[in-house]
Ligand binder design. Sequence first.
Ligand code: BGP
Length: 489
Amino acid sequence: MNHKQTFPEGFLWGGATAANQVEGGWKEGGKGISVSDCARAHFDTDVTNYKAHNAVTTKDIEAALATDDEVYYPKRHGSDFYHHYKEDIRLFAEMGFKVYRLSIAWSRIFPNGDEEVPNEEGLKFYDDVFDELHKYGIEPLVTMSHYEPPLNLVLNYKGWYSREVIGFFTRYVETICTRYKDKVKYWLTFNEVDSMIRHPYTTGGLIEDRFPGQNFEEVIFQAMHHQFVASAHATRICHEIIPGSLVGCMLTKLTYYPYTCKPEDVLKAQQTMRGTYCYSDTQVFGEYPAYLLSRFKNNGISIRKEAGDDEIMKSYPVDFVSFSYYNSSCAAEDTSNLNVTAGNTINAIKNPYLKASDWGWQIDPTGLRISMVDLYDRYRKPLFIVENGLGAADVVEEDGTIDDQYRIDYLREHMKAILDAIEEDGVDCLGYTSWGCIDLVSESTKQMSKRYGYIYVDCDDFGKGTYKRLKKKSFYWYKKVIETNGLSL
Ligand code: BGP
């Protein structure tokens, strides 16, 4: 369709990052060590092999703790937002951001996760960041937990498998809600809450070798249950402390098409989608969906609940549904003869109608519209697209310019799809924050060279560089999009 309209008034345009990928300063300001500080980059293996990257063992952690190396642990330096936040926020403001999605590093506030008294220096850092944002009229959207439980909770409590972690988390939530009650209105509880199944270490603080003889799937769902209860408590706390605050769940929107119209492929696609819907269904409807309970039963999984868990989950569903969307995938009953490519942290069947990024993520703007319609029809809650973007290896020309037209093309088509979903399908969408608005360390590769930003950061995979910020071509393009509220698309 030919767009003549702008986005709805008040649409929240912006960008997104996470502390564990952008901040650096991993041992500064009293910060404790988080799981992400010990997540190693694999330069020597196939970077699309996400599973291998995330098979973290106790030995890996011991090796990580024995070194201060930032080469193999690039998240430790990130993009050095910790020291550059004023400059970065000024650049976001120059683009006209209305909102900036960031996460608070739990380990800056409670370095070990289990202390009674928070770390004032950590609290002060985010005070300064929020003040800086408000100076430019930028609304913060804060993820409470984005791949960074404090490591101590992994080593001494078995991560989110431990019931006690709910108490530590709610103390952390009470602390940040109280402290930032006049500064933050929009909150997300757990980033990509469904990701525990794909990377149990970074999301749940779970290391398989620490659960000998146990069914690890059951361990994961037990930890998941604790996060659901903690998330409901977080919603309650937010609403109690900050009247008018809005709390969202955050889902990886993995959209699957049936590879053929064979009913078995259609069924497979439906079942695969339920693999992620089960998390948002639980957080929106406040109870486990029947198909998840069947999965538990059929796989011999039994979840330990305490009195009051069901009630709290039912009483505090989320206010809105946020999600990340990068690509779509296909599902088939029999994959033996099919071409499988790397998807969004999951291997996917190659879709012959789509092109893929250099990392094999299949580019599909229409899939974003389909995803929005599916989610809105399913939940009837406002949506917020909190991650979307193209990871690419950008090149700095001799004159310092960066021509990332491919990123502009990707973003433009996705934004048009959002507008179609709003205009044509009646979807209520609060805003859009593209992922990695400033270059940061990639989650799947743990490397810097997979870049998403409008702003380039001069730093390589080994942490070498000036950390100077450069505006890419997409920077000027996005500024115009925001200025015209989408009319320039
Ligand atoms: C999402 C994560 C982000 C981010 C993004 C891009 O799954 O929430 O943290 O990393 O994916 O992924 P990658 O960095 O692997 O390209």
